[in-house]
Design a protein around this ligand. Structure first.
Ligand code: HBI
Ligand code: FE
Length: 277
């Protein structure tokens, strides 16, 4: 199968592109020192990501491989699901090699090298999270045979991309979509708008998500062990069949069975829908 891997072509980055990485990096580190999960900050340190400039994937992979056997490889952008899952199942994290334009510094839809490398790679140093990501890739390949990719995509969205974790240190960020965004780093932790609900695998797999704005619901895990254990202990075949008999859950909804950690005002989302009916 085509794995979509290309060369990073690190020499081709311009000084302005490296400088944009440095600007993004400094801004996020300042926000995250008090907000990100300790495991994320340890990963940044361990991988020496504070070294100036866009990281060279081969250098990064050398360190990462020693820690957990993962490597980082370049791809042209979003790739087909089968190739995405196949790479993860083989402990290869696929990263965009391009960096956003200066005018997109605050937001872009496609995953660029800052989102992919700064956002996703530090946690791959954590042995349990590293195993979860591989299990996700393996589960993704299986989900394709059941026609249930969307269920697993939701799990990825609400954990790997937009997950929160609650440990002794309180509520912290670990989702890559949050930690790579200055505005959502604040919104997800400090904001009074979103709901924060305890992680619930089945519930998440029924929940729609939004790709155009801050999340309305965040799901909070107690530990990466919980995430890995629940994923490995679940027999997804029967679960997919069962979920087809249950209604979908709207973004921002709170259900009777939810364990609500924070009930938000939803003022952010309400403001938006008033402006764009
Ligand atoms: N490709 N490069 C890249 N990055 C992703 O995050 C990605 C992808 N292809 C498919 C995909 N994500 C999702 O559809 C899966 O999580 C289901
Ligand atoms: Fe991502």
């Amino acid at each position: 199968m085509n794995d979509w891997i290309i060369s990073q072509d690190w020499q081709a980055y311009t000084p302005a592109e490296h400088a944009l990485w440095d600007t993004l990096f400094a801004r996020q580190v300042a926000l995250l020192s008090t907000r990100a999960a300790p495991a994320f900050l340890e990963g940044l340190d361990m991988l020496r990501m504070s070294k100036p400039g866009i990281p060279d994937f081969s250098e990064l992979s050398e360190r990462l491989h020693k820690a957990t056997g993962w490597s980082v490889v370049a791809v042209p952008g979003l790739i087909p699901e089968a190739a995405f899952f196949e790479n993860l199942a083989n402990r290869r994290f696929v990263a965009g090699r391009f960096i956003r334009k200066p005018e997109q510094i605050d937001y872009l839809q496609e995953p660029d090298v800052f989102h992919d490398v700064f956002g996703h790679v530090p946690l791959l140093v954590h042995p349990v999270f590293a195993d979860y990501m591989q299990a996700y890739g393996q589960g993704g390949l299986r989900s394709m045979r059941y026609g249930s990719i969307h269920r697993l995509a939701r799990l990825y969205w609400y954990t790997v991309e937009f997950g929160l974790i609650r440990d002794g240190a309180g509520l912290k960020l670990y989702g890559a979509g949050i930690v790579s965004s200055a505005s959502e780093s604040r919104f997800a932790i400090d904001g009074d708008s979103p709901n924060r609900l305890r992680f619930d695998l089945r519930r998440i797999m029924r929940t729609k998500y939004r790709i155009d704005d801050f999340q309305q619901n965040y799901f909070v895990i107690d530990s990466f062990e919980q995430l890995l254990r629940e994923t490995l202990d679940t027999d997804f075949g029967p679960l997919y069949a069962e979920l087809e008999t249950q209604p979908e859950i709207e973004i921002g909804a709170i259900l009777p069975g939810d364990q609500v950690l924070t009930r938000g005002t939803q003022s952010h989302a309400a403001g938006k829908s008033a402006a764009y009916p």
